[in-house]
Design a binder for this molecule. Structure first.
Ligand code: 6R9
Length: 658
């Protein structure tokens, strides 16, 4: 590292607030700070601004219908079609030739779809689905990896008014069966397989195993041939080859079905505190308006942009910010099939350079991996096309934020740290990149029109600096409408905690801990089950984690509470050392000092456990609950759904031998 670099690093490390770069502000979609007041003063009519980004077949007559709260309705009386909004209208406006999807397979092959071509594909597949017997309101399950047929199938479903339920391709056969059973879904679109680190994965066998667990009749299964000669392709009687079916429907014209604003667009299953996944229901008008609006206001997307969200479409982030939001705005959305380190650790930066990506949106866990691999990988590429960076999914520690800011954004790109959930449909707490100062580690203020607060257990707003819980006092268009077929659980999970039912005052509870500063910036501390209580003091495990990963030589860490006789709970640190650093007593000492320095003696770790990997869910979230059980010496139960189940035994052995 040169001396210049070293002093730059030192300056960055000290800096706690960052102004949005001038070059960004000059061209930003939203630059008037008056937008916050405007939303508040005119609420809920201010949400018309979001609805105005869409083309409505029939105008809505009410912005917000709150007569049956918390079963809110948005833009009632309005009619529209999501596939029309994401495709036809751009073609009608003369943008048929602009690129809709820029897809890259893991082996390096590419496919480009213009908006006109994508519309053709969607119409052909919509005609196919209809021919198979799919009717309006039938739930179609899509069990597919990151191949273009996935967004095509989603938009085809939307076109004929059949809600889709996408099941992440990395989920197990059991997960597929559970979701198809819950949604009583009789149609499935899947594929023969896909590539991971150069290997052809067999997806069809897993699909077939899942189908055995479906307890109602499945009419038809459509199988995309992704692998060609690399995949076995024996189909049963009700299974059809995608290409054969579509060839029979080539050139079809399928009118977009007119949907009520409140008609279901899709279901997305997400895990809850209990075993049964929750079927989160999103609707056509409110969801599409909300994702289009946040794509415009927060991601600063314009039709001319090339935009890349590296999430998987199997998660809500991919639904909202690969498919619906960006396509409603007519932008070019990049899709990548594979892993970021294949064939080498610069794969993503190669894709950014090649496609001249303007906006890049990813997860903190990915950024920490990039950091661990080292800046030589991004340094090999020209990333100067980038103008905005985003993160989502978990808190980002300031050190990773600054690395992202410097090594990917070259200090020229604002970073939006966007807090939201499957249930919220779109972003809720984040800076507006052309307006707000950025504070690494803090997501920012609630978006205009979002009444998010940080409250104590009684629902009273906490003072600046105090830990509390996030709540949202007013509804918003992108919110879930209910849990599929389970209104009761919907109320229990999200509204019971803070609402006053008698007074008809409803407060949404996302189950996240947070604190707020004097400027109204909210720092998310993690799920409330991650907040630990040490000797009567409430500590955010994420806060401690941030301190740990701030220590030189630590790449990644998870902090949990383990049961403790005297303190109630004690702090356990699981840490991965950076390449080139020995996980020895000295490093342990420095971790403990780091925590003491940044939080205080109350947070002093009981134990620091070095491990080569952390147990993660398939979606890449650290399984903190499991680490708590290890720390507490509890029975670990079934760990087979983890991405890396083997690591659990190794860690448990270390803890018990200490
Ligand atoms: C979009 C998505 C939701 C949970 C949420 C929170 C955590 C998401 C975050 C964040 C801190 C952020 N989360 N974004 N925590 N900062 N910017 O991830 O949806 O999979 O439903 O997860 O993720 O704990 O409650 P989902």
């Amino acid at each position: 590292m040169s001396q210049d670099d070293a002093s730059l690093e030192a300056r960055l490390e000290e800096q706690e607030a960052f102004e949005p770069p001038e070059s960004f502000v000059e061209q930003a979609n939203i630059t008037d700070p008056g937008i916050y007041d405007e939303f508040e003063e005119n609420w809920p009519a201010s949400w018309e601004r979001a609805a105005d980004l869409l083309s409505w077949e029939e105008a809505y007559d009410t912005v917000l219908e709150d007569g049956d709260a918390p079963f809110y309705e948005w833009f009632t009386g309005g009619k529209l079609n999501a596939s029309y909004n994401c495709l036809d209208r751009h073609v009608e406006d003369g943008a048929g030739d602009s690129t809709a999807i820029e897809w890259e397979g893991e082996l390096g092959e590419t496919r480009t779809y213009s908006y006109a071509e994508l519309l053709d594909e969607v119409e052909d597949f919509a005609a196919t689905l209809r021919d198979l017997g799919v009717e309006e309101d039938d739930v179609v399950t899509l069990y597919m990896p990151m191949i273009p047929e996935l967004p095509i199938a989603m938009l085809a479903c939307a076109r004929i008014g059949a809600p889709h339920s996408v099941v992440f391709a990395g989920f197990s056969a059991d997960a597929l069966a559970t979701r198809m059973n819950s949604a009583e879904s009789e149609y499935l679109v899947t594929c023969d397989g896909y590539y991971r680190r150069g290997d052809a994965l067999d997806h069809l066998s897993k699909t077939n195993e899942g189908l055995e667990g479906v307890d109602h009749g499945v009419s038809d299964v459509v199988v995309v041939d992704r692998l060609g000669d690399d995949g076995e392709h024996d189909l049963t009687d009700n299974q059809h080859d995608y290409d054969d079916l579509v060839a029979d429907h080539e050139g079809s014209s399928v009118e977009p079905v007119s949907r009520d604003a409140e008609d279901m667009l899709f279901l997305m299953y997400t895990s809850g505190t209990t075993g049964q996944p929750k079927g989160v229901k999103h609707t056509t008008g409110g969801y599409l308006a909300y994702t289009a609006w946040t794509s415009h206001a927060v991601l600063d997307i314009e039709a001319e942009d090339t935009y890349w969200c590296s999430a998987d479409i199997g998660w809500i982030t991919g639904h909202s910010y690969i498919v619906y939001g960006p396509m409603a705005l007519g932008t070019t959305t990049v899709m990548y099939e594979g892993t970021p380190d294949y064939p080498d650790k610069d794969r993503l930066w190669e894709i950014v350079e090649k496609n001249e990506v303007d906006i890049f949106y990813t997860a903190p866990t990915a950024i920490r991996a990039f950091m661990k691999w080292g800046s030589e990988y991004p340094d090999k590429h020209d990333l100067s096309s980038l103008r905005l960076l985003g993160t989502v999914g978990e808190p980002i520690n300031p050190r990773a934020w600054k690395w992202y800011y410097k090594h990917i954004g070259d200090e020229e790109c604002p970073i939006v740290d966007t807090w939201w959930q499957t249930e919220t449909g779109g972003m809720m707490i984040t800076t507006l990149p052309g307006i707000n100062i950025m504070k690494p580690g803090s997501a920012g203020p609630p978006l205009p029109g979002i009444d998010a607060r940080v409250v104590d257990a009684q629902g009273e707003e906490v003072d600046a600096g105090q830990a509390g819980y996030v709540t949202v006092d007013n509804p918003w268009p992108g919110m879930l409408r209910t849990l599929y077929n389970n209104d009761e659980r919907f109320i229990d999970e999200y509204w019971q905690e803070y609402s006053d039912e008698e007074a008809d005052e409803w407060v949404y509870f996302p189950e996240d801990g947070a604190k707020i500063d004097d400027d109204g910036y909210i720092t998310i501390l993690g799920r409330v089950d991650d907040v630990i209580n040490v000797s009567g003091h409430r500590l955010g495990t994420m806060e401690i984690e941030s301190a740990v990963v701030g220590v030189e030589g630590i790449a990644e860490a998870a902090v949990v509470g383990g049961e403790h006789e005297v303190k109630g709970e004690a702090v356990y640190v699981y840490a991965i050392s950076e390449d080139g650093y020995e996980p020895n007593d000295d490093l342990e000492e420095r971790v403990i000092d780091g925590v003491l320095d940044s939080i205080g003696p109350i947070a002093k770790p009981e134990e620091v456990i070095f491990t080569p990997e952390l147990p993660k869910t398939r979606s890449g979230k650290i399984m903190r609950r499991l680490l708590e059980d290890i720390a507490s010496g509890n029975d670990l139960g079934n760990t087979s759904t983890l991405r890396n189940p083997d690591v659990v035994d190794d860690i448990a052995e270390q803890v018990s031998s200490d």
